[in-house]
Write a protein that binds this ligand. Structure first.
Ligand code: ZN
Length: 178
């Protein structure tokens, strides 16, 4: 399947923005990002159903997180340093304000919050969390850092009435390091 792929992701696809947009630069309105996100989700759901759509968003977030880790973060084995750098980059890029609320390295259980989240902060209240892409993204960051497989679930969201998004992350089997 891989050899005849048309849309395989590479970081280069983000382009040379300085050359390509000498006047507009790397800025756009956040509504444009959300327009893309939520129209994609609408159409995917119509074609594939809710569960499959969520799975696709989780996997896309996961791919994004892997690429983001490889291209935007300096390698480190220190958890504190990793979190500090991640916080800084997420803030500088306007993605969100990250906090690590709980961390148990032994059991591989973490609770993280993202405030002013790119995907959902300010959305109308819904009866469900919406940040599935973020779940995959955060899982990939933790996976890249620890070498373990993670499952991430959003437990509070702007859309469920909370003012921050809160994610529970659990290593799938903390015994098997890559
Ligand atoms: Zn959320």
């Amino acid at each position: 399947m891989n050899s005849d792929r048309k849309y395989k992701f590479s970081w280069e696809l983000l382009g040379d923005i300085a050359t390509g947009r000498p006047n507009l630069g790397n800025k756009t309105r956040l509504e444009v990002y959300r327009l893309l996100l939520f129209t994609f989700r609408d159409v995917l759901e119509q074609h594939l159903g809710t569960e499959k759509t969520d799975q696709i968003f989780y996997e896309a977030g996961n791919l994004s997180g892997r690429e983001f880790y490889a291209n935007m973060l300096r390698p480190t084995s220190d958890l504190g340093e990793f979190v500090r750098e991640l916080q800084q980059v997420l803030k500088d890029m306007g993605i969100g304000i990250l906090r690590l609320e709980q961390a148990d390295v032994e059991t591989g259980e973490f609770v993280l919050t993202v405030s002013e989240d790119l995907d959902c902060s300010g959305l109308p209240e819904l009866d469900h969390e919406v940040c599935v892409y973020d779940e995959g993204f955060i899982a990939a960051l933790l996976e890249s850092f620890t070498g373990m497989k993670f499952k991430v679930k959003e437990i509070d969201c702007w859309c469920t009435g909370d003012r921050t998004c809160r994610f529970s992350a659990k290593a799938e089997n903390s015994g098997s390091r890559k």
